[in-house]
Design a protein around this ligand. Sequence first.
Ligand code: AKG
Length: 272
Amino acid sequence: MSSIKVGICQMAVQDDKQDNLDRAEDMLRQAKQAGCSLAVLPEMFNCPYTAELFPQYAEEYSGETTKMLSAAASKYAMTVVGGSIPERDAAGRIYNTSFVFNSQGKLLARHRKAHLFDVDIAGGTVFQESKTLTAGDKTTVVSTPDLTFGVGVCYDIRFSQFARCMTLQGAKLLIYPAAFGWTTGPAHWELLLRSRAVDNQVFLIGAAPAKNPNAEYKAYGHSMLIDPWGRILAAADEHETVITAEMDLSLIDKVRAELPILKHWREDIYTS
Ligand SMILES: O=C(O)CCC(=O)C(=O)O
């Protein structure tokens, strides 16, 4: 199939976990109703984006959040990229993990955020994910019968080699559940999304939470779907919404034939 309709669920994350799960389920339903065969939730959609709170909301697989995601994927017969949640492993370590389910509700993959967001921006965001989280150590590329796609989480998008690596593994769409804030969001969000799409000549989704004025960490929103030419096919503002658009996958080959940057890649000279 060369055309696929995707939905991005830009939900306003609250403190109440059950409320977040209900809201996510409802937004997946809306994506299905709009005709989508793939839907994406934002980073940390079941808990506030606060490092100290991740342990309190963390779940081992399979837990209440992943059960909801699996049930929704099979009920709506849709691939579901379950944003991310705090995942606890058997040793008690916590990861920022995106769980991906196929349209039968089967777990296809989990991506553990590989680059932790530890930053201290003067007059702006100060965040230390490593206070409570452990980093994942691989890229994640997933195949369904219709599509091969890669998954990164938020800060992972700043690392161009990471996106290139997923592209070289065959990803035609890169999906980043994310939660940029109002320091780097206005400056870098759209720039990074469009750059990664243009560098790799792929479709790209950035799925963000809506801005919740009551939250301590205020998300920037502005979820987007970008095409391989860098055009914005769908975009949200900061409010809660489900945005959808059709991806014509044949565009990837067209752009790569016209502007063959992947063929012109000179790995032989990129050594330091
Ligand atoms: O890279 C950024 O500016 C934001 C990253 C972020 O918010 C995150 O990784 O959760």
